[in-house]
Design a protein around this ligand. Structure first.
Ligand SMILES: [Zn+2]
Length: 240
């Protein structure tokens, strides 16, 4: 189903896949679908015994500011709940690279697992993504999400330099919020579910097979706080 509909699983299920030793258990499953695919995915889930309990409501607080999500539909099957989340574009992972925290920029596709900040996430450290709220303050819903992950044992900072007084050249370090990252760069971790995938398939997600997705988490120098002009909160380039 994920492959057929160019969709991925993200949220707490993907994070728990990365580190199943977490003290918390994943809550609902979140399936991210491209714009225009929601109805077909819901139809598939209906045939699997799921029924809709909350149809196409506005985005829920956890998704944060300017998150690239159009709507969320919740379906249930007994004690199993799935949120079907419509991306604002034809790329299902568009909202994932705009998430409020680096620790949740992960997804499971039909072919593999993708993590944008594996070293930080393995240490239960997370960088706050300031790009979605621009030069203002995070909304109460984003603050709510920060608190949720702090309770789950994550340490949240604006820059990786604030964790351990390390140093780096801004915009040249994979963990720097100013670094323009993409889904093919060396900072990402991809785990394949089976051997023998073609080079194209090895890009893990159905979306990043066809598109190189670009993101950036902030616009301030880690040491000086100096603001840079443009940001790349989300962009994509067709590669196949
Ligand atoms: Zn930096």
């Amino acid at each position: 189903m994920l492959r057929t509909h160019s969709s991925v699983v993200s949220g707490s299920v993907a994070l728990h896949y990365f580190d199943p030793s977490e003290r918390w258990r994943p809550d609902d499953m979140d399936i991210y679908v491209p714009a225009g695919r929601r109805k077909r995915v819901l139809l598939f889930l209906e045939t699997a015994g799921y029924y809709t309990v909350d149809r196409g409501r506005a985005i829920k607080p956890d998704y944060g500011d300017n998150c690239g999500v159009i709507s969320v539909t919740t379906v249930c099957n007994g004690d199993k709940t799935i949120d079907v989340i419509s991306s604002c574009s034809h790329i299902s992972i568009a909202p994932i690279v705009r998430f409020h925290l680096s620790a949740v920029m992960n997804f499971l596709s039909a072919d593999g697992f993708f993590c944008a900040y594996p070293s930080l996430t393995a240490e239960r450290r997370a960088i706050c993504n300031s790009t979605p709220f621009g030069h203002g303050q995070p909304s109460p819903s984003t603050v709510h999400a920060y608190v949720k992950y702090a309770h789950r044992g994550y340490t949240l900072r604006r820059s990786p330099l604030e964790f351990d007084n390390s140093d780096h050249i801004c915009r040249r370090n994979m963990l720097c919020p100013l670094m323009v990252r993409n889904t093919f760069d060396a900072g990402c971790m991809v785990v394949y579910f089976r051997a023998g995938l073609t080079a194209v398939r090895q890009a893990a997600g159905v979306d990043i097979v066809k598109y190189l997705v670009v993101w950036q988490m902030g616009d301030k120098d880690c040491k000086t706080g100096e603001r840079y002009g443009s940001t790349h909160a989300f962009a994509f380039v067709k590669v196949a």
